[in-house]
Design a protein around this ligand. Structure first.
Ligand code: NAG
Ligand code: NAG
Ligand code: NAG
Length: 430
């Protein structure tokens, strides 16, 4: 009798817990819209500013909003001073969950605030945190799918004074940094997909994927593997955005040395480590810089080494063309699938078997007919970050940022795999 009672109460418990399970799974199965596994954005290089831009749909009714991509920026901001009209715009109050997630430290009676930044002007203002509808295409990794909508995406309001220097038609910045409110994390948490995103920049069109692979480029080339991995490093001191003293949410990696044709470039490698007291030094990846910027001491040693190796290959130096300091005649320089046949550059990562290899397509810039320049610029002796890997050196490679595992996966140039970043099924339009 006692046994029967306990088994029937067990059964009752089982029924109740199955009911609960059904209730919780059905309520979880009611996502904001359909639940995509990944999302995709087209990214286009603006020919006059060399900025990488993208277009999202925002507000109610939805309108296209063109933004400049800033890989290291903390959040998305858009100009709210002009043409912002939406029936779904909301200002979360100080102390609310969105303000806490944004780590806002500024507070007014109507809203919490953050400091939107124009990285080209190096100008920051204070702006209200807001929430509104945001929409972009889902993907199976191969083709663009239906739009996926975030009902209350957290962003910051910029103003007219932050717009100078941005590409034509751009009204804000799409921040991809390592915060909880930057695009990658908000999209991952809204749709419960892994906190990963992949950037594939092109000289014209390129693509960004949010979520895990496959990432398939035409013709049927899954570029999500194989990748080489390196840890993402923390820099405890941000040197770009107010308020100073915050940690950096940019993407730092550990370059240990630089080689040209396998010969180590001689410079004081203490420049390559991050000074944890003041945030200086180290290597970061940036879409704000068109070309890689090197601290003067590294620039001098690196260009000397490159010129020496180029001369040994009978490549003739010609007068420099700004912003570059080293240019060559393209006469006699072979063109290969991987670009001009010039000395090979390696950024050596955690050990000598893990390198970021830079071939001619990513090292040489054709500035005019017959003249190829080494696409690196001198950041001066006071450069705060010693190596800033810029857009030109990133093009036509896939970079996957795994935020949960704090690591970067990168492909070598996709040109070696007979594809480019322009080759995602190009029918995507915002
Ligand atoms: C504001 O919107 C109107 C109508 O969509 C458009 O013609 C105008 O260019 C916009 N102004 C700015 C500054 O974006
Ligand atoms: C390298 O630079 C660091 C910091 O400026 C300095 O302390 C160190 O002595 C330098 N090492 C050499 C070999 O010059
Ligand atoms: C590209 O996308 C379009 C529209 O989604 C689709 O009709 C077409 O079949 C796709 N092409 C390939 C090669 O997958």
């Amino acid at each position: 009798m006692a046994m029967m009672a306990s088994s029937s109460s067990l059964r009752l418990l089982f029924i109740i817990s199955s009911l609960l399970l059904i209730i919780t799974t059905t309520s979880q199965a009611q996502p904001p819209s359909t639940r995509p596994k990944a999302l995709v954005l087209q990214v286009t290089k603006d020919p006059s500013t060399l900025q990488y831009t993208t277009t999202l749909l925002q507000r109610t009714p939805l309108v296209p909003v063109k933004l400049t991509v800033d890989l290291g920026a903390d959040f998305l901001w858009v100009n709210c001073e002009q043409n912002y009209s939406s029936s779904t715009s909301r200002s979360p109050r100080c102390g609310s969950a969105p303000c806490n997630l944004a780590r806002s430290k500024a507070c007014s009676s109507t809203a919490c605030g953050l400091t939107p930044n124009n990285p080209f002007l190096r100008l920051s203002t204070i702006g209200d945190v807001r929430q509104d509808v945001l929409s972009l295409r889902s993907t199976d990794g191969r083709n663009p799918g239906p739009y996926a909508t975030v009902p209350s995406f957290i962003f910051t309001c910029g103003s007219n004074i932050l717009l100078p220097g941005l590409a034509r038609g751009v009204t804000g910045i799409a921040g991809f940094g390592r915060t909880r409110i930057a695009l990658p994390s908000q999209l991952s948490s809204t749709f419960s997909f892994p906190r990963k995103f992949a950037v594939c920049l092109g000289s014209g069109n390129g693509v960004v994927f949010f979520g895990d692979g496959p990432y398939v480029l035409l013709p049927n080339n899954d570029v999500s593997a194989p990748l080489t991995y390196t840890p993402l490093l923390n820099n405890p001191v941000s040197l770009i955005t107010a308020p100073l003293g915050e940690p950096s949410y940019e993407y730092f990696i550990g370059v240990k040395s630089i080689t040209v044709n396998d010969k180590v470039v001689p410079f004081n490698t203490s420049l390559l480590s991050i000074d944890r007291t003041n945030g200086r030094g180290g290597t970061k990846i940036s879409t704000v810089n068109a070309y890689t910027v090197l601290h003067s001491e590294i620039y001098k040693a690196f260009t000397d080494a490159f010129v020496r190796e180029a001369e040994a290959m009978n490549i003739k130096r010609v007068a420099a063309v700004a912003p570059f300091g080293v240019c060559f005649s393209s006469k006699g320089v072979l063109s290969t699938r991987l670009g001009a046949a010039v000395p090979r550059i390696d950024l050596v990562l955690q050990n000598k078997d893990v390198v970021w290899r830079i071939f001619g397509a990513n090292s040489m810039v054709q500035v005019r007919d017959g003249v190829l320049c080494l696409g690196f610029v001198d950041g001066g002796a006071e450069a705060v970050t010693s190596v800033v890997i810029g857009g030109y050196q990133l093009e036509d490679s896939l970079l996957q940022f795994d935020l949960a595992a704090s690591r970067l996966g990168f492909s070598s140039t996709l040109l070696g795999r007979q594809t480019t970043c322009a080759n995602f099924n190009s029918t995507i339009k915002a």
